[in-house]
Write a protein that binds this ligand. Structure first.
Ligand code: GRF
Length: 191
């Protein structure tokens, strides 16, 4: 059975990392065995590190603040990802703008909490919630040198209710994220 190796990059809570581990790690799905071979974080205080420890996922911390340029950081990141020889790298809340040193060398996908191409960049949930739009959504796309601009893989939208609060809106996004990201990984890596 083909083994599909995944590396996850994250910066914060890591709830999507946890979800991917629970749904895919060491699981046989559609004729493939999935493995979260490693995780890399750019913040040493990120809560997601405890998730790696709890689930015995090898992890590395590469603090971007210790590098003189984005390129230098990306070079180290690429080297660390390649150590695991992954089939796919998954950005799950990885809050960094990446240079071509990363995007030209790593096959990666990103999870974004809006209906791209709308509301690119930081604070997408707030921007989407406070906009005039009657729907919100989640996108998974390939990582390219354009921020949140690579080819879309999966996208799902939902209705913004009249009495919607930022909390209920965020909850709906999270629910979709936990379904969409594993599905996108299987869509790409599945046989
Ligand atoms: C998610 O909402 C994702 O769409 C965005 O960053 C967030 C990460 O959340 N890119 P978590 O750390 O997985 O909880």
């Amino acid at each position: 059975m083909p083994l599909k190796k995944i590396v996850v990059l994250f910066s914060g809570k890591g709830t999507n990392l946890k979800n991917i581990i629970k749904k895919l790690h060491k699981k046989e799905i559609g004729g493939c065995l999935y493995e979260i071979s490693g995780a890399i974080c750019n913040k040493k205080e990120a809560q997601g590190i405890d998730i790696c420890k709890n689930y015995h996922i090898p992890f590395g911390i590469i603090e971007h603040k210790n590098f003189n340029s984005r390129e230098e950081f990306d070079r180290k990141l690429v080297q660390s990802i390649n150590f695991y020889k992954p089939d796919l790298t998954v950005l799950a809340g990885f809050m960094r703008i990446l240079t071509p040193i990363f995007t030209d060398n790593i096959k990666a996908i990103n999870l974004h909490p809006s209906l791209l191409p709308l509301f690119k960049g930081a604070n997408a949930i707030e921007k989407s919630f406070y906009s005039d739009m009657k729907i919100g959504g989640v996108s998974v796309h390939y990582v390219s040198s354009e921020l949140d601009g690579g080819k879309l893989i999966l996208q799902e939208c939902f209705k913004k209710e009249e009495d919607e609060t930022l909390d209920s809106f965020t909850k709906k996004i999270k629910e979709i994220e936990y379904r969409l990201l594993p599905n996108a990984i299987i869509k790409i890596l599945g046989v």
